[in-house]
Design a protein around this ligand. Sequence first.
Ligand code: FAD
Length: 306
Amino acid sequence: MSFTRKVILTLSTNPFVTRFVSKYGMKWGAARFVAGETMDETVTKVKELNAKGLVVTLDLLGESVTTRKEAEAATQAAIDSFEVIRKENLDSNVSVKLTQLGLDIDESFCLDQMDRIVAKARETDNFVRIDMEDSPRVDATIRIFDALFERVGKQHVGLVIQSYLYRSQEDVRKLGKKKANLRIVKGAYKEPKEVAYPDKKDVDRAYLELVEQHLKNGCYTAVATHDDAIINWTKQFVADHDIPRSQFEFQMLYGIAESLQLQLVREGYKVRVYTPYGKDWYPYFSRRIAERPANALFVLKSFFRK
Ligand code: FAD
């Protein structure tokens, strides 16, 4: 992980910085990465994306809740979002973070919340993907995924695997055995070198290996990256190995690499836009700045334009 990225991720937990940016950030720049603070604003944005041929995964912002009440509210919001998707006829599924659903409070309580969410996903013939958070939570996240998978199968629940973790090849091997639907990402958290590759080139190499491993196992794979080299490699790999387009999709974040998203749609690939919404955008926003410090310049420019 680069020095700048470490500094930004550390600063993002500083209480003064948090208060200051939370107050002004949406106005200055977070709106670039967040579809809206309300569901109504978000539905309008999702319809615009769908009209361009992009499909969506909706993510209610929020993580690391400390009370059951907050977790239950987030569970209800996820359930409601499936209803909105059905009612508004949106081409979208849903992504969730387990720390928003009480993982840090009690694992079995969190599983109960997820049970309700996957039941709704099944009832509305839709799909929920569990985002992957920082390394101390990976084991519990996989345990919860495994339990849900037993109940509803790969059509209604999926998981994320991060290529920066040394353990991921083994995790993908195990998950591949049951044909789990996986999103492969590089990983967005500040991790120690004991668990994650410190060098970007190793993270990128591991990414390709995981995509290859999962596709060759015949499993549905979401290739979630804005990295041109990885996207081009994937296109070549699927062509060389006759992997049907119904077995994979590209995924990118709302507001990032939009012309690349549209280019891939024009080429006939499925592209899903991870679309966050809600008021609790600060931690998500900090990770986007840390990935690309140039984004901070964009935010500062918006400030001086005011
Ligand atoms: P990089 O090598 O970081 O970037 C490649 C190129 O993409 C850069 O040169 C730049 O042009 C562009 N780019 C990358 N990031 C930005 C940015 N913030 N702003 C502008 N341009 C940028 N991480 C998790 O840990 N858990 C998850 O569950 C998770 N889910 C994700 C879901 C989706 C759909 C995506 C796309 C990412 C997700 N991530 C998740 C984040 C991921 O781990 C990376 O941090 C993020 O995608 C940046 O890495 P990259 O693959 O784009 O490659």
